[in-house]
Design a protein around this ligand. Structure first.
Ligand code: RB5
Length: 176
């Protein structure tokens, strides 16, 4: 698989280790930077670069790392067509593929241990999207990206406005 990797300074060490791990596993890596843990840089640059590589089809998937994985993931998700998932372990990495068809995995170099990150990435690249009931939910997102509108109804109850339908979800694999 062709994979774009990107990080800021805080994610550099983990990004470098994950890139080597993926090369050893036979994948092709495009590293969009940064190139040093010692020079402070801004994570949006690298999240957007990974997102664009995925969205433009130059790579199949992306790996983003910053201190927490949060900022670089927010940036990557601004690119049309990107579904970047912040994961912390094998469970969240696996579910991001099974339920969300995530095409970018985001990790925190300061928050996730090396082995846990490697295991999470291995899960991300070996688990497939389940489709089914999850597919129309992704279409709701892509429709919004394309049209700027969504189907959520607006209702008012005793002065409280509720947008759309509320559902409760958990990370368990048995929930819908
Ligand atoms: C950099 O200090 C840090 O803020 C950044 O790597 C990231 O954690 C932001 O979300």
């Amino acid at each position: 698989m062709r994979i774009a990797v990107g990080s800021d300074h805080a994610g550099f060490d983990l990004k470098t280790a994950l890139a080597k791990h993926m090369v050893d596993a036979g994948h092709q890596i495009i590293d969009v930077g940064t190139d040093s843990p010692d020079v402070e840089v801004d994570y949006p640059v690298f999240g957007l670069a990974v997102g664009q590589a995925v969205a433009e089809g130059r790579v199949d998937r992306g790996i983003c790392v910053c201190g927490t994985g949060i900022g670089i993931g927010i940036a990557a998700n601004k690119v049309h067509g990107v579904r970047a998932a912040l994961v912390h372990d094998v469970t969240t990495a696996s579910l991001s593929r099974r339920h969300n068809d995530a095409n970018v995995i985001c990790l925190g170099g300061r928050t996730t241990g090396m082995q846990e990150a490697v295991d999470a990435v291995d899960a991300f690249f070996s688990v497939e999207f389940e489709g089914g009931r999850h597919l129309h939910r992704l279409h709701e997102i892509s429709d919004y990206e394309s049209n700027g509108s969504h189907a959520g109804a607006s209702t008012t109850t005793e002065g409280t406005t509720t947008e759309g339908t509320t559902t409760t979800d958990t990370a368990t694999t048995e929930r819908s």
